[in-house]
Design a protein around this ligand. Structure first.
Ligand code: SF4
Ligand code: SF4
Length: 64
């Protein structure tokens, strides 16, 4: 399971990048992307996906 960032909603603020415990979020084509191969949805580390918690944009980070 993984989350994904909706490219045309992401403002490229970068707030999600440092909070990801698996370092799955990286700059990509002017916004940010989540590596679906390494995103764990924060299972086993936090009660909720940390990127979702910090992202201020509605519907920016969604289930892949
Ligand atoms: S859900 Fe968790 S592991 Fe996946 S990208 Fe967001 S912060 Fe990283
Ligand atoms: S916190 Fe949201 S808007 Fe900011 S870079 Fe991450 S996905 Fe994009």
């Amino acid at each position: 399971m993984a989350l994904q960032i909706v490219r045309n909603v992401c403002t490229a603020c970068g707030d999600c990048e440092p909070v990801c415990p698996t370092k799955s979020i990286t700059p990509w084509k002017g916004v940010y992307k989540i590596d679906a191969d390494t995103c764990t949805e924060c299972e086993g580390e936090f009660d909720a996906p940390q990127c979702l918690d910090v992202c201020m944009e509605d519907d920016c980070i969604i289930a892949a």
